[in-house]
Write a protein that binds this ligand. Structure first.
Ligand code: ZN
Length: 89
């Protein structure tokens, strides 16, 4: 089972359209809406709200924004107290 090249939705076997570009790359579309957006209108799926790629891009951007403000070096590990307290019997 393949996924739509534009929106990322699963394509049910026997449906959809395989579009082959002049350069040989193969695109799979589950609806005419997706084909029109990508081939006809030349839209980038990351910039179209209802696609999976846009959702993924949003998640990645969110993580990057959270990670950026505080990037400190990890504190140095304290020396282990292995030999300090031998077991008494
Ligand atoms: Zn699609």
């Amino acid at each position: 089972m393949t996924n739509c090249t534009f929106c990322g939705a699963a394509i049910e076997p026997g449906t959809g359209k395989m579009y082959i570009k002049k350069d040989g790359s193969v695109l799979h579309f589950e609806s005419a809406k997706c084909q029109r957006n990508m081939v006809g209108l030349g839209r980038v799926n990351r910039h179209v709200k209802w696609t999976q790629a846009a959702a993924n891009a949003k998640v990645v951007a969110g993580h990057a924004a959270k990670a950026e403000p505080k990037v400190k070096a990890a504190p140095k590990a304290k020396p282990a107290k292995a030999a300090a307290a031998p077991k008494a019997k």
